[in-house]
Design a protein around this ligand. Structure first.
Ligand code: PMP
Length: 422
């Protein structure tokens, strides 16, 4: 990581995000001005800069039509915009080929695509799929469903007490039976950054296919499918400044070419007869039906904005915020942060407060205009491993300021005093 990146100016960048100026609880009819929004729920979804919002307006005002099918000028324009967005994703993840990028609704659909298409075609009873204790349900349930369908066995890389993957145990799980290693690049609960290159290298030694869930890493750290050596990588647009309802699957070309379509319908075929069909070329073979045209263009605009800010600068700023959050939370009696040391974590602070329900903390924060999330964050097995039902999660992005982190910690301290008295 290049820590020499020039520091970014969150106050200036915030001006590009209209929603960050809304006032929480404002009710002009009653003369209530509300309080400023402190948005610390970025792991759930980020906000959008004006350029992304405007890109959607531009599509609908100037170039909207269906793609690929229409033999008219407007359809050509729309198709060109849609393909340009795919090129931006290709470049963003450093894929070698345009047809290696499949647009999906998000990470969840991307992983389901692989489980249904690649899994059903290539996995059988006795094969093993290695996951980790850090996984979001999106990278767990599709494999459980595959296990139900074809009888694969799921194995799990455990975490150690610092919420980092135990790679010695990983080595013991690997064998010629290992068909797939599917893991997150960054945990959405503990913020753990996993050693992607190392895990993929070890998986490849036994001939396993690899899938990286990059939902939480792509918005914050470089994604380089070729340097990683990954077979599949999944990401979500809405977590990286883009619209919701759009994401992408990167798949190595040879693998995608060997896989049957996931969904059937228009757009994904070569030819259709009354009783059978032949699938179309990549990437369209995996994009049945009218795609999310404007959201794809919006994702392209989001990538432009991320390139403008710079992922190195984003990561450096988030490290600053996270370090400050750790420092301040450490002073609050009863706070336990669930996660690895700072140098191995992203801008996600998952914590509990002794004797106080996470929902109560979130509520006190909300009254102060601070948006965090309390719950299991779609990672129930991880919470079972940690021995807690729920955690509170504050998650930062480049538009958050040190002042916001300080206000957040102050309000957690207030919650601690409030509930301690009861
Ligand atoms: N994986 C991880 C690590 C996530 O954090 C999320 C979203 N919380 C997902 C997968 C699922 O992403 P989406 O809901 O955008 O499909």
């Amino acid at each position: 990581m290049n820590h020499a990146a020039p520091p970014l100016d969150p106050v200036k960048l915030r001006e590009d995000f209209p929603i960050l100026s809304v006032r929480v609880g404002a009710d002009p009819a009653r003369g209530d001005e509300g309080v400023p929004l402190v948005y610390l729920d970025n792991a759930a979804t980020t906000q959008r800069p004006r350029s992304v919002i405007q890109s959607l307006v531009n599509v609908y005002e100037q170039s909207y039509s269906n793609v690929h099918r229409g033999a008219h000028w407007l359809s050509g324009l729309s198709t060109a915009g849609y393909n340009a967005a795919r090129e931006k994703v290709q470049e963003f993840v450093n894929a070698a080929h345009f047809e290696e990028i499949i647009f999906t609704r998000g990470t969840t659909e991307a992983i389901n695509l692989v489980a249904r298409s690649w899994g059903d075609r290539f996995c059988q009873a006795g094969d093993e799929i290695v996951l980790t204790e850090l996984e979001h349900h999106a990278n767990l349930v599709p494999w459980q469903q595959l296990a139900e369908r074809v009888g694969v066995k799921l194995r799990t890389i455990p975490i150690d007490d610092r919420c980092q993957l135990d790679l010695e145990q990983f080595d013991k799980l690997l064998s010629p039976r290992t068909k797939l290693v599917s893991f997150t690049a960054t945990s959405n609960v503990t913020g753990t950054i996993t050693p992607v290159v190392e895990i993929i290298a070890r998986a490849r030694r036994v001939g396993a296919v690899t899938l990286v869930d990059a939902a939480q890493s792509a918005p914050h750290l470089p994604t380089d499918v070729r340097a990683w050596g990954a077979d599949f990588v999944a990401l979500s647009g809405h977590k990286m400044l883009g619209p919701s309802g759009i994401g992408a699957l990167y798949g190595r070309r040879e693998l995608l070419a060997s896989m049957p379509p996931f969904l059937g319908g228009g757009g994904m075929i070569d030819r259709v007869w009354a009783d059978h069909f032949t699938p179309g070329d990549l990437p369209y073979r995996f994009e049945a039906g009218t795609p999310a045209i404007a959201p794809a263009v919006g994702l392209g605009a989001a990538i432009d904005y991320l390139n403008y800010v710079g992922l190195d600068a984003i990561h450096a700023h988030e490290q600053l915020l996270t370090a400050r959050a750790h420092e301040l939370l450490a002073d609050i009696p009863g706070v336990k942060i669930w996660g690895p040391p700072l140098e191995h974590k992203a801008g996600i602070v998952g914590f509990t407060l002794d004797g106080v329900h996470p929902n109560d903390i979130a509520e006190v924060l909300d009254q102060d205009g601070i948006a965090v999330r309390a719950g299991h964050h779609c990672a129930m097995p991880l919470h079972q491993r940690l021995g807690v039902e729920f955690t509170v999660r504050a998650s930062f992005y480049f538009y958050n300021t040190l002042a916001e982190v300080e206000q957040f910690a102050k309000t957690v301290a207030h919650a601690q005093r409030l509930f301690r008295k009861r």
